[in-house]
Design a protein around this ligand. Sequence first.
Ligand code: ZN
Length: 100
Amino acid sequence: MSAASGPVLVIAAHPDDPDFLAGGTIARLAKQGREVGYLILTNGNKGSGDRSVTSEQLAAIRAQEQRRAAHVLGVRSVGVPPLRGWRVGRHARSQARCHS
Ligand SMILES: [Zn+2]
């Protein structure tokens, strides 16, 4: 049996999920030369206790954090569909169908 060698797509609900949940595996795959990309299903504009930060600012901060973390791990691309929010529920799934 040969080892896998194709590209890897990591699909996650929230920004930073791939790095926290599978960062070691992702870094190892990238180091092995695998092309790794992320698809993040929500923009992370919710979930902060800091009321001085708007939802738009929070989404921008999380997008930047996600890109930087992915870069450190060797991930080549990060895609974030135009879904708002924190929960991947019925609303997000219907938006995903509309924007796909
Ligand atoms: Zn999460």
